[in-house]
Design a protein around this ligand. Sequence first.
Ligand SMILES: [Zn+2]
Length: 401
Amino acid sequence: MNANPLALFWEGFTIESYAQIDAQSLLIRLQPADDYLPCCSGCNQHTLAIHDISTRRVRERDLFQYRVWLDVPVRRVRCTTCGPKLEQIRWLPGRQRLTAGMVSWIESLVRLMPIQHVATLLGLHWHTVKAIDHRRLKREVTEPDKRRIRRLIMDEFALFKGHRYATVAIDADTQQVLWVGEGRSRAAVRPFFEWLGPETCGQIEAVAMDMNTAMDLEVQHHCPQARVVYDLFHVVAKFGREVIDRVRVDQANQLRHDKPARKVVKRSRWLLLRNRGNLKDEQALKLEELLQANQPLMTVYVLKDQLKELWYAPSEADARQRWQDWLNLAMSSGLAPVQQFARRLKGYVDGIIASAVYRLNTSVLEGMNNKIKVIKRVAYGYRDNDYFFLKIKAAFPGKAR
Ligand SMILES: [Zn+2]
């Protein structure tokens, strides 16, 4: 046991001297400890034969108000097996300029705040912090057990400013993000199925996705057993955009001469799109008043609720009946946006009805876009897709089956 407590931090070394180099920096010069035999980084053998010594200046964790630098006399040993080789220093692996303690501190901080904040706080370059986080993610993001994958969710999101897109593939049973790739075309998602491999592809039973993609063709091509299922989340969101929003704006325009009523309708978007179960009492009351006063809004609201019921049918036959009822209601509503939507939905009905058999939990998609936006903001400064996609995988590690 070394009498110097700091030897705990820098195994194999003791302090030779220290000095303040400026108002905020401390320099600690280390020297090899007498009682410690250096060890070859190639084969871990201890040796007395030293080839040469060079001093490396490295950053250690801050101490009180100081940034701490170490001057470390790093030896090259003359190993009988490996020849001249850098000595093995456990707290300073490889040719690093940051100690292992400093690296793990950066790793902790960058989980809590944006890269730029960590860089500023510690006086490091943005790239240094990012590279450390990137290595951590490569180490920590675990590969899924492909043999257990049966059901998938596939979705796309905008990369930056909506000019480019990326596709994400999720295990529907664990909600783990399995794969992220740039693009949303058939060719762009092909690498996912190649990564999955023919054996796993062959065992895929169902894949949930948005209606308007080319992905369904690629899924059928690789996964002959898979049934394509259109997910509730996307269809209802589309109904919100193309029907509820449209009817709401039309209704507001018709109330041009009744300013207070017009205002109520114009500002009702959130109330109409939100799940009723998530409304507070006074919001639910407001919604009720609005729907009572406006027949077309009442109609589209009821149609939205009934549309959702298609996904909860106990059987395919029941789902088909619900769809027929819904279609009749929509076509007799007298509202053009509703009729237009219903006509387009007809082409996708098989994929909606399939949800009666394949109950895929796609709730992960609802929060995903927001989470991705946050990741983009804190981590996407230099548009490194590999890093960005790893961040997304790390944010959705999945739960136990
Ligand atoms: Zn060796």
